[in-house]
Design a protein around this ligand. Structure first.
Ligand SMILES: Nc1ncnc2c1ncn2[C@@H]1O[C@H](COP(=O)(O)OP(=O)(O)OP(=O)(O)O)[C@@H](O)[C@H]1O
Length: 251
């Protein structure tokens, strides 16, 4: 049986006396890709914030590799093995593509290595930068300023920054938002490639992307998971279909 990477147990979040997340239980197994979907305002971003350390749950447990991370800072959660994509705004537009990745790579290396061993960290970073550039398909524009890339390329770079630290759990926040159909298809292939052997949790509104990528889909409605199952079972689920009726129906 595969190991549980992430476990949420009866997680609640209240903001100004409003219950935003209401008793969420969720488990991710090593190597699986789980998509979190739900109507606008369901609480998906809030749940991502709780998992990645941007906010603390009001109650409940969040375990990463069996250890509690509830209330830790994003940096501490990252050190425990979780990386979250932060949309395009995380990119330094005035640095080259390569430099953006080196910054992302050196950050954990500088922390891990003793000061006098940082030089070897730099060698590691160069090697890893080339690997990540290859993985995200941006080797040919390594010297271009990140700000000059197309939108889809910037999203690919953002994913590269997310995987650069070598963490085994990836949280991707709407990785194909704003993309054309062709760009989305390329992003799906990229996500499949970079998440191979890792565990992936993503929030995504594009149901084509969700059904293509996810091993399981969790449906959040009004702060509660109303279903968590295979794509085929979710497609047949009457409660899920009803939840989406107000949004123009089930895609
Ligand atoms: N800091 C906050 N203060 C007050 N209300 C908040 C706060 N953060 C979120 N909310 C409310 O919590 C609910 C869930 O918001 P959240 O952004 O998590 O939903 P979502 O599922 O990510 O929505 P979307 O798909 O539109 O991005 C919304 O009703 C929102 O208005």
């Amino acid at each position: 049986m595969s190991a549980t990477v992430l476990a949420l147990k009866d997680v609640h979040k209240k903001v100004a006396n409003s219950a935003i997340i209401c008793g969420v239980d969720l488990q991710l197994q090593q190597g699986e890709r789980l998509a979190l979907i739900g109507p606008n305002g369901a609480g998906k971003t809030t749940l991502f914030n709780l998992i990645s350390g941007r906010a603390a749950p009001s109650s409940g447990e969040i375990l990463l590799h069996g250890r509690s991370i509830a209330g830790l800072t994003p940096f501490q959660v990252n050190r425990r093995g979780l990386a979250r994509s932060f949309q395009v705004s995380n990119i330094f537009p005035q640095l080259s593509v390569q430099e953006n990745l080196r910054v992302a790579l050196l950050w954990p290396l500088a922390y891990r290595y003793a000061f006098w061993r940082r030089l070897s960290g730099l060698h590691d970073a160069s090697r890893n930068t080339a690997q990540v550039l290859e993985q995200i398909g941006l080797s040919s524009c390594r010297d271009a300023l990140a700000g000059s890339l197309s939108y889809a390329q910037q999203r690919a770079l953002e994913i590269g920054i997310t995987i650069a630290g070598g963490t085994d759990l990836l949280l991707l926040d709407e990785p194909t938002a704003g993309m054309s159909r062709d760009e989305s298809a390329a992003a799906v292939a990229l996500i499949r490639r970079i998440s191979s052997g890792k565990t992936l949790l993503m929030v995504e509104h594009d149901m084509n992307v969700v059904f293509e990528l996810a091993d399981r889909i969790a449906v959040l409605v009004d702060g509660q998971i109303i279903a968590c199952d295979t794509p085929a079972a979710i497609r047949r689920n009457a409660a899920v279909q009803a939840a989406y009726l107000g949004e123009g129906g089930w895609p």
